[in-house]
Unconditional design. Structure first.
Length: 223
């Protein structure tokens, strides 16, 4: 992924702004986004994670409990992956997100099993405690303050809490309402196992639209 990113940046015809390079993922893709952000903080200007286990964790156990040593281990892992690039953490931004219906969330109503296709986009799979830990991990790495008050976004489709230091937002938590372990597509269509699959929430917050705007507003490297 890092090599591909550099190759694409090198293609002048694509006209990619080198300080507008972001990586975003859901679930294990979210964990990979965290790892890429740690490996190349100079390359990835922003990281977006939806319900992703912490970087360096055992992905095969992500649906189970969160280890007590997760935060300390992940901080060490991220700093080790960054190596001499760690100074770039000072200007990297990140937003950690999850659905309120995911595992251990306040509205986790539908634990997933292979026979149930009646609640697409709303299954509880990966504990929101991973996301809580990811906030703590990045606060340590970035040196950010605590999260502020919750602000309603996209017509009350979710809430955002920002960690602001010296008047700038570098880290945020985003909670989607009425969404479980799923990509919040926000198409406005009803959730459907046939048309959208089990892991896409078509009804609710439009995450692609929101995350693009968030990165553009909070990028710390763009002039």
């Amino acid at each position: 992924m890092i090599n591909l990113t550099r190759i694409l940046l090198g293609r002048m015809a694509l006209n990619i702004d080198p300080v507008q390079v972001y990586v975003v993922g859901l679930s294990s893709g979210g964990a990979l986004s965290l790892v890429l952000g740690c490996m190349a903080p100079d390359l990835y200007d922003g990281v977006g994670v939806i319900a992703g286990p912490s970087g360096g964790s055992a992905q095969s156990g992500a649906t189970g409990f969160v280890p007590d040593i997760n935060v300390d281990d992940a901080i060490k892992e991220c700093n080790a992956l960054a190596g001499d690039k760690s100074s770039s953490f000072a200007t990297q931004v990140a937003i950690i997100a999850y659905g309120d219906m995911d595992k251990n969330g306040p509205d986790a109503d539908f634990p997933y099993n292979g026979e149930d296709i009646n609640h697409p986009g709303q299954y509880a799979v990966v504990s929101v405690n991973w996301s809580d830990d990811n906030i703590r991990i990045l606060r340590s790495i970035y040196g950010d303050s605590t999260l502020g008050a919750a602000i309603n976004i996209q017509s009350n489709m979710g809430v955002e809490r920002d960690a602001t230091t010296n008047g700038r937002t570098q880290l945020a938590e985003l909670v989607f309402f009425n969404i479980g372990h799923a990509w919040p597509a926000g198409t406005g269509q009803p959730n459907s196992a046939k048309s959208g699959g089990l892991w896409m929430a078509q009804s609710g917050l439009n995450y692609p639209q929101y995350i693009a705007g968030w990165f553009l507003r909070n990028n710390l490297r763009a002039k």
